[in-house]
Design a protein around this ligand. Sequence first.
Ligand SMILES: Cc1cc2nc3c(=O)[nH]c(=O)nc-3n(C[C@H](O)[C@H](O)[C@H](O)COP(=O)(O)OP(=O)(O)OC[C@H]3O[C@@H](n4cnc5c(N)ncnc54)[C@H](O)[C@@H]3O)c2cc1C
Length: 372
Amino acid sequence: MGRQPDVVIIGGGAIGCSAAYYLRSEGLQVALVDKGSLAREASWASAGIIGPSSHLQGDPWFRQATLLSRQLYDQLDTALFEETGRRMGYGGRGSMTLALSPGEAAEAAADAEREAAAGVSVEVLTGAEARRREPALPDNLEAVIQHPEGRFLDARNFTATIARAARLKGVRMLPGWPVTALTWDGARVTGVRSGHDRMGAGWVINAAGAWAGLLDPALAAPITPDHGQIMSLEGPELGLRHTLHRWGRYGYITPRPDGRVVVGATHEEIGFRRQITPEGLHYLAGVVSTVLSGLMDQAMLDIWTGLRPASPDALPIIGPDPRASAGFLWAAGHSSSGIMQAPATAKVLVDLVLGRKPRIPLDKVGIERFLD
Ligand SMILES: Cc1cc2nc3c(=O)[nH]c(=O)nc-3n(C[C@H](O)[C@H](O)[C@H](O)COP(=O)(O)OP(=O)(O)OC[C@H]3O[C@@H](n4cnc5c(N)ncnc54)[C@H](O)[C@@H]3O)c2cc1C
């Protein structure tokens, strides 16, 4: 790239790489910088559950963003394979929430009724019906709530694959380029600096994950690291098609296309430290025993950690910042659902850079809600 890029993106996670891919697809000159390797932080650690079901689904931004992302993932599954020859590990038939007692079943059914009234696609199944769709389920189920729209995604493959597709399209990727400051011309952001190196750009997008709030003291934001421990196991012999939850409990078991399952995840506030602890293992074993106890004897394959970019209300921060008159956009703080929201966030960034009306209204996700 001879001239200054139109856009420089800080952060090579799912958010930054998706934005790079879609912005370049519009013909813009794009550079992406990362302090380390691409696709190695939260997006590498993620369980890769794709909504739309989540405790945030009552929120209009969240619901629209996850639905749009679902449609975009369906397209990306084919497009990225054609462009890179790699599969992103996308699949599944939705999620199931298991109710084991009459009390759990009554509460879960009432919740499903509220969701259906709000337009969420949801079905209440008997144990026998659910087992026909998911043969690995046990036979002591009182009821099962199915959300058929959800999918799973191998978030490591996805982020690495969309990064590769973006590079093949001409995005300039600069791993090992830690942004140490933004550059300013008065109130306007004009680019980024890494030590003595500078890169000017028409737009700077902050997609720096858990570190995004610390990049520039003039553009601070309440984004903090939410540490998660998560593990993989050999899956059931019959395979698994759905992400499984137990009604009223935290945690999930979600499949991978190769037959493994992923069990997650803890939420810990321990700063930027990462650690695997007996407490974390105990929590994850508890998830297995309450969700699908038949897996308690399966081999544990791996355990890892990651830092979610958490915002105080679990919604992301997207769009301009009134403290910068021009040249700067937020794309951070996606908390526990950044993979679900990555393609939609990227499309909204394209709208903003091209001066179009954002296809999803941004009033719920602006930085203004955290500024006095
Ligand atoms: C255990 C766990 C399970 C999860 N499960 C799910 C799930 O099932 N579904 C879901 O949707 N989400 C899930 N998430 C959340 C999801 O992973 C995140 O919301 C998402 O990955 C955030 O993407 P990101 O691109 O903002 O951040 P990241 O992937 O963390 O990327 C940010 C990048 O910015 C770079 N960076 C930081 N500072 C600088 C700097 N100064 N200069 C240059 N580069 C910098 C970092 O090196 C990093 O590569 C999970 C997260 C964890 C940890």
